[in-house]
Design a protein around this ligand. Structure first.
Ligand SMILES: Cc1ncc(COP(=O)(O)O)c(C=O)c1O
Length: 435
């Protein structure tokens, strides 16, 4: 007997299309999913940018099982358990220096809300409570909660939901196919787009602006690689005006570009940094916000028996998530996975750019183990061509991701050259068939 599909309202899914031809996976190991019929599907997207060490890694599985039996839950407010401190200490060894305080959440979206609230409250506790404005960027994705969609810049994620947060503005996006199409790695052109922050400062005055949030490499909007020098310039403008810089590293964190974080990789240190996904290898929901010590310390005033920051979640630092994260960090360390994308980047880059001459390919973008192949939309039917490519790849045993008319690739960091060949070969055939 098969289970009816009716009751489940699926997230970010074309529900009617899915239910007419469901795509189910029921097992996973290493680089592959298995469908209920026993078909193997190569995972070209690390689940959803999260299974960085590959699926069902024994150390992580065992850690979660053991933790569930030992301590299933510990209250996180005014109480704690040992592993949450151990995890925090381990994590700050990986971050750029200064980012040495960690606040735990359960998702990327919650990390974003937490970082935005930290930025606002930080200015307030140090007597600059008029700094309430938050600046995001066009085409940015920062999850789906109200703060995140307010600073985010993806129209479909915003237009249904009313006025959102007040006092938000947006930088111009950095996508410039006229000057940068088919660039390998970071584009040469576009550092000056960071000066758009000066325009917003001239409009609003720096004294009203709390923080700027950007993804160092924008994923969900179709893989936008930062132009050379862009993030450095944003950093120096923020410094000049006392504005906090937040990096949303929910997809770039934990080795995606070839260093533990994009901040290490690109040599730009933000004031706050959000992560999730690869933190637990996708096994147990968990997110985190890293804060510069000076931000944390600004809160540590007033009577010692009082709560300093009125924020947190029932499941902040959940024991199962901590156990999964510690075992994930061990796996990353043992196998050198946080820098493996650097070793694989040249092979991956060559393979992804081999798609350049295929029909309707408008642009190919890449960095570390991230690839984006932008296709020409079918006139009047945006997104349909990339969706057809996604379905075709799935039917031929490879999972890719479509966002708009871009195909995004973000494979597990354990990927080997023959997997790259299979992903690119399958994708090439699908793109050709979708012409
Ligand atoms: C940059 C970025 N921020 C935030 C999120 C939201 O994360 P979550 O889906 O865990 O809430 C995502 C998810 O893809 C993301 O890519």
């Amino acid at each position: 007997m098969t289970t009816p599909l009716d009751a489940y309202w699926m997230p970010f899914t074309a529900n009617r299309q899915f239910k007419s031809a469901p795509r189910l996976v029921s097992k996973a190991e290493g680089m592959h999913f298995t469908t209920p019929e026993g078909r193997q599907v190569l995972d070209g997207v690390a689940g959803l940018w999260c299974v960085n060490a590959g699926h069902a890694r024994p150390r992580i599985v065992q850690a979660i099982q053991a933790q569930a039996a030992e301590l299933d839950f510990a209250p996180p407010f005014q109480m704690a358990h040992p592993k949450v401190f151990e995890l925090a200490e381990r994590l700050v060894q990986l971050t750029p220096s200064g980012l040495d305080k960690v606040f735990f959440t359960n998702s990327g979206s919650e990390s974003v809300e937490t970082a935005l609230k930290m930025a606002l409250a930080y200015h307030r506790v140090r007597g600059e409570g008029q700094r309430t404005r938050l600046i995001g960027r066009e085409r940015g994705y920062h999850g789906v909660n109200f703060g995140g969609i307010s600073v985010g810049g993806m129209v479909a994620n915003r237009k249904m939901f009313g006025p959102m947060l007040g006092g938000v503005d947006h930088l111009r996006h950095t996508h410039d196919p006229v000057r940068n199409a088919f660039t390998r790695g970071q584009p040469e052109h576009g550092a000056e787009l960071a000066d758009d922050l000066e325009r917003l400062i001239a409009l609003h005055d720096a004294s009203t602006i709390a923080a700027v949030i950007v993804e160092p490499l924008a994923g969900s909007t179709g893989v936008l690689v930062p132009p050379r020098g862009y993030l450095q310039r944003l950093r120096s403008i923020c410094d000049k005006h006392g504005i906090l810089l937040i990096f949303d590293e929910v997809i770039t964190g934990f080795g995606r570009l070839g260093s533990p974080f994009a901040a290490n990789h690109l040599g730009v240190t933000p004031d706050l940094m959000t992560v999730a996904k690869g933190l637990t290898n996708g096994c147990v929901p968990m997110g985190a916000v890293f804060a510069q010590r000076f931000i944390h310390d600004a809160f540590m005033t007033g009577p010692e028996h009082l709560i300093e920051f009125f924020h947190g979640y029932t499941y902040s630092g959940h024991p199962l998530a901590c156990a999964a994260a510690l075992a994930t960090l061990d796996t990353y360390a043992e196998e050198g996975l946080l820098t493996r994308a650097s070793d694989m980047a040249a092979t991956f880059e060559a393979a992804v750019h081999s798609l350049a001459g295929l029909p309707n390919v408008l642009d190919v973008r890449n960095m570390g183990l991230v690839g984006g192949i932008e296709l020409a939309p079918i006139p009047g039917e945006p997104g349909k061509r990339a969706f057809a490519v996604f379905l075709d790849c799935w039917e031929h045993g490879v999972l890719v991701r479509n966002t708009g008319d871009t195909i995004a690739l973000s494979p597990p960091l354990i990927i080997e050259p023959h997997h790259i060949d299979q992903i690119i070969g399958t994708l090439a055939q699908a793109i050709t068939r979708a012409a």
